[in-house]
Ligand binder design. Structure first.
Ligand code: PHE
Length: 345
């Protein structure tokens, strides 16, 4: 094929494209023209391209150059027509999702059920006039034992029942030494810390982690949380302890809650009791409590003739588990999002 014939075909094509694409009015018509001119299978441009093979070799560069110009010109005519009609790219309707369907909601994180419980407990106790404070999880034996009237030979200090730390400070010390450090086994340490540092009267709670080397099972875990409470004032009585714990339980567990005190023993309270709540038809133990032992006040130079106080320590996991019907404490610490998602706020 001669160069001239080839160029003529290209000219015809471009003028036809100009005429039709310049006046096209609907998306459907535009789509038909797109197929006609640049369709991948039988488009006019494709057919002309095939003729290129028949052009004489010396003419090929000129033919190819012109072909490219025409291809670009047709593409820009298509683009102009598309922009003029305003339909944008022609999208097949079935590929559009139903725009009225609700979107996919991104999953947001949420607070762990124990964190939620802690916030809730703080809020209830706040209404009863208790201020929340915190203490360290790594403690010395003074705060965990000595000041709490737990003597050196007391079984509670046994290395088998505590996580003593191999700190540099404690490296050469035995559990009986004042320098020994451990992960606190109870939040009662915070009673000592606030009485050391804050003026009386005091009405505080402290919520946090405690550690004991228990083998994990449905009701034990080597780390759990306690809510410690301490009220020191003139003439604080056991009757007040009882009503605070009842008011708390009614607020948190709701409904038909009653409180029962069973005589017990803690070195740092006298008298001491175990606290049971009557809930859903049975007595359930939630923690310990009692009147602050005068020996504890003495360690802190507080005059026990002038001041009296009560203290309590409740298990946070127990409270959380009762409220939500959780039967295995380990579920709280498995980090299984299928479990945790149930506690969306
Ligand atoms: N600290 C005690 C425990 O862990 C609980 C307790 C706290 C008892 C305060 C009396 C007063 O078992």
């Amino acid at each position: 094929m001669s160069l001239q014939n080839f160029l003529n075909s290209l000219d015809e094509l471009v003028s036809e494209a100009r005429a039709t694409l310049g006046s096209v009015e609907t998306n459907d018509a535009l789509e038909a023209l797109r197929v006609k001119f640049v369709g991948a299978k039988n488009g006019a441009l494709k057919s002309v391209q095939k003729l290129l093979g028949a052009v004489e070799v010396p003419d090929k560069p000129a033919a190819g150059k012109r072909f490219n110009e025409v291809r670009d010109a047709i593409q820009s005519l298509l683009d102009d027509a598309t922009a003029r009609i305003g339909g944008g790219a022609v999208v097949k309707s079935e590929s559009l999702p139903d725009a009225t369907l609700p979107g996919l909601r991104p999953r947001l994180g949420q607070l762990h059920p124990i964190t939620q419980t802690i916030e809730h407990l703080k809020e209830i106790m706040g209404r009863l006039g208790f201020t929340a404070t915190e203490g360290p999880e790594i403690e010395d034996t003074w705060h965990n034992f000595v000041a709490l009237n737990i003597p050196e030979d007391h079984p509670a200090r046994d290395p088998l029942d505590n996580f003593y730390l191999a700190t540099a400070k404690a490296a050469n010390s035995s559990p009986q030494d004042r320098d020994a450090m451990l992960l606190r086994s109870q939040t009662s340490t915070v009673q000592i810390r606030v009485m050391e540092s804050q003026p009386l009267p005091l009405r505080i709670i402290s919520l946090g982690r405690v550690y004991r080397p228990d083998a994990p099972d449905a009701t034990h875990f080597p780390m759990f949380h306690q809510m410690e409470g301490l009220w020191v004032d003139r003439n604080v009585t056991m009757a007040q302890l009882k009503s605070v714990l009842r008011l708390f339980a009614t607020s948190y567990l709701g409904g038909d809650v009653n409180v029962r005190f069973r005589p017990s023993f803690f070195p740092f309270t006298e008298p001491s009791v175990e606290v049971d709540y009557w809930w859903n038809g049975q007595w359930i133990e939630f923690g310990g409590a009692g009147m602050v032992d005068p020996n504890v006040f003495q360690h802190l130079n507080i005059d026990s003739e002038k001041w009296s106080g009560f203290a309590f320590g409740l298990g946070v996991e127990r409270l959380c588990m009762r409220r939500y019907g959780i039967t295995d404490i380990r579920d709280l610490y498995r980090s299984d999002v299928r479990f945790l998602r149930q506690f969306a706020q």
